[in-house]
Design a protein around this ligand. Sequence first.
Ligand code: ZN
Length: 114
Amino acid sequence: MHELGVVTHVIRTLEEVAQENDVTKIGSVTLTVGEVSGIVTEQIIDCWNWFKKKTPLVCEAELKIEPVPAVTWCTACEQTYETVKYGKTCPHCGSKETYLLQGSEFAIKEIEAE
Ligand SMILES: [Zn+2]
């Protein structure tokens, strides 16, 4: 499962940050998840809850997820549009000369110590 790997990565990062900053308990973690990142938020939450029980550092931490909408830029007419709705074809001019501006990211945005 892809999401399990993602959450493992998040937990490892948190452990590193906690160690560097002498933090023993994390209060909350904010993740940004792009609309077309391929990551399923519900599965992230499931994996997180599983890790939470066996990881003292995050056992009381709150997980916050901020979705990032996918936006595509059209180089032909220089306008943006919703990626999920229109895909790779620009709805303004029909051009396929487009690229994704945002929406594929996955990142740890904020970590709060307790
Ligand atoms: Zn266009």
